[in-house]
Write a protein that binds this ligand. Structure first.
Ligand code: ADP
Ligand code: MG
Length: 277
């Protein structure tokens, strides 16, 4: 018989991070270096709860690095040296004594290339994050969570009859929605998405955008995108990153998405959003 951490079979599993309400995220004066190479220069940005923030800007200006810094992912992949603070609902995720898991359970990440475990079943893919964290649940809790997360990711109806098939058997767009479902299973308060649609066809892209729209009331979303129409369709606010001629990346301008596209304050923003570089 499966071991259970709760006596109820219907109550949802608790959030791994202890709280599943959408949180604000604030970067304060974040600078980053790879060796001697400074790639971010005093980036400050508030990403309010229940809003979608789009990070836009040319390749190489530090958007992915910034996104990874927001959930301490960079510490896992050949780390950048870092200065500044990242506050999750006001608490610095880099405070000494705060463990990396504390941030990463509350701040999920979805990548450009869908990366489900290809040989693992769709069902087990959704639960992978819980297993990695040693969470035990009854069969009924697991079933409920899988259905809930796949529904929130807009995939349930397509896969409900094939949950035991491998994740790798799904189409690219379905795999990306499976990755979204997997990241939702630990009930994050913030979801970071690094060009989640770049590898997808237009139909799959629109479905992910619909999912982002639906999720945005339940989880704070930060999305990197090169697609200016997408930034306008999904985001409430935008931040334009730029790294000019060997200088580190910084935010040139940020604000409500509508204003950024109709009346940018900086000429470089105007050039970028109008496709002039
Ligand atoms: P973007 O996502 O905006 O394209 P990145 O954050 O990927 O930009 O890269 C910003 C800068 O940091 C680039 O100059 C890139 O070459 C450098 N960079 C990124 N990751 C690493 C790494 N792991 N080691 C060394 N330099 C890196
Ligand atoms: Mg990038």
């Amino acid at each position: 018989m499966a071991t259970t951490t709760t006596t109820s079979t219907t109550a949802p599993l608790p959030a791994l991070g202890g709280d599943s309400t959408p949180a604000s995220l604030e970067a304060r004066d974040v600078s980053a270096w790879f060796g001697d190479h400074k790639v971010l220069d005093r980036v400050s940005l508030t990403m309010p709860a229940q809003q979608v923030t789009a990070l836009i800007g040319p390749s190489g200006c530090g958007k992915s690095t910034f996104l990874r810094i927001l959930n301490r992912m960079h510490e896992l992949i050949g780390s950048a040296a870092l200065a500044g603070q990242v506050l999750l609902d006001g608490a610095d995720i880099y405070d000494r004594g705060r463990r990396i898991t504390h941030a990463r359970r509350q701040i999920g990440m979805v990548f450009q290339k869908p990366n489900p475990f290809p040989a693992m079943s769709i069902y087990d893919n959704v639960l992978a994050g819980l297993k990695l964290n040693g969470v035990r649940a009854t069969r009924r809790e697991r079933d409920g969570l899988v259905e809930e997360c796949l529904t929130r990711a807009g995939l349930w109806k397509e896969v409900r009859d094939r949950l035991r098939q491998p994740g790798g058997a799904l189409s690219g767009g379905q795999q990306q929605r499976l990755c979204i479902a997997r990241s939702l299973a630990v009930r994050p308060r913030v979801l970071l998405m690094d060009e989640p649609c770049s590898a997808l066809d237009p139909t799959s892209t629109r479905r992910i955008e619909q999912t982002i729209h639906e999720l945005s009331q339940e989880v704070t979303i930060v999305i990197v995108t090169h697609n200016m129409q997408q930034a306008q369709r999904v985001s409430d606010q935008c931040a334009f990153f730029l790294a000019e001629q060997g200088t580190p990346g910084l935010i040139v301008e940020h604000g409500p998405t509508g204003a950024m596209f109709t009346s940018p304050r900086d000429n470089r923003t105007a050039d970028y959003v109008n496709g002039r570089f």
